[in-house]
Design a binder for this molecule. Sequence first.
Ligand SMILES: [Zn+2]
Length: 494
Amino acid sequence: MSRTSTRTSTCRTIVELRAEMRRRWIIPLGLALFLSTAPAQAGDEFRERIIGRIYTGAEIRKNLEYLCDRIGGRLSGTESGRKAEEYAKKVFTEYGLQNVRFETFTMLGWERGELDCEVSSPIRRTLGAIALGNTPSTSPEGVFASVIDVGFGSPGEFEAKAKEIRGKIVLCRHGAPPGHRSVHRVEKMTLSQRHGAAAMVLINGTPGNVPQAGTCQPGSIASIPGISVSREEGEWIARLAAIEEVKMRIRAVNRSGETTARNVVGEIPGEGDEVVIIGAHLDSWDLAQGAIDNGTGSVVVMEAARVLASLEEEPDRTIRFILFMGEEFGLYGSKAYVKEHADELDGIALMVNLDMVGRPTGLGLGGVDAALPIFRKIAAGMRELGVRSEVTNRAALHSDHQPFLLEGVPTASVRTKLEDDQLKYYHSAGDTIDKAIPKDLTDCAAVAALLVWEAANLPVRPAPRLAPDQVKEILIRDNLKEALELQGSWRWGD
Ligand SMILES: [Zn+2]
């Protein structure tokens, strides 16, 4: 059966009108009219169907339970990672997406083994620490050195203590000094190695006596151990180190090597050549169930796939659903996708990424000024779903939109509010399904599904692909140059 055979006469009229507009080159006039009329809304009939099917469905909960309780931590390149990929493929197929497939890529896999981490003097205490991703194995004796506190580990703080760091264990905190841009753990690790530290011990930012997982060096095994300790234990070490010399010993055994993982891709084919992507990372850390990060984004993408495929209506642009793997180790899946599909990037009208989502509050654009007017219209049409009409517009890094952003593809997200109780367990042993709020995920799925449906059916795309110089300008404006340089991802010269 043709996907379009169930169209009502009203829809056919709209579709034909759009085609006619394209034929007659009256798109600019069409867009002007579109922007000057009432809030942008999917045709009421589709809007009602999308919202109605999401609020009467039970699939979000079912999928989240499967990912969290039946599979658990979904580390890329491991057995549970593969189970998650297979489950996602099955779900996409059952929901009626077309061209459902795995896209395999190679990556550096890493699995934690044993870790002994202790304060050795002035008193001896074993710490409840964990190794950060891509920490090497140490020698059997381990690293034994005194501790130096470098505050938040920002470039300036490292600089201020540059002469004292060599051979020592750097102790630093999550976050950044007041007024400074946020400093990612990867940057702190890069700076630790550059200054000749023997190891880096990163203090978790949230209380609860839990350490926090994360990769300390994407793409390769670090030359020194990167360790996470809880806020309580870390601040205790810092207080001791402020009074007298503190020595620590770190012994780590980890496994690493080249492995493969698979992005899971499916689509609702559209009439034209352009594509709207909605994606989320399916992989998670191994300490817990990866419920908030990123079971939430994954099940929202699955739900958007379910309801939009059930419309049996061909959108103007293809809607492609992608569940990326390898994100936590350094955006391997999205980087591989952008590389493999380099000649198709011009045709991507929008990439919507969902990473850790809760109650929707608005729409966010990744620095694309040209898309602001239409996004404001779309947001205004979602007021009853809790979406504010002002749209944020700021480029950010460290999730699967990043490789698209750097290539000039317009990126966006649903802005959501996560509760303290959800944020507190980020990357820790507490990221379990009880932290997820089903109603918030339902609301978020409604917003995400409407957003991509709108974007796929706009008379013209929200914004053209940005030229490299425009991307550079946005990255500098949004203060991301230094972070990208420390990542090794800055490619625009000075
Ligand atoms: Zn994430």
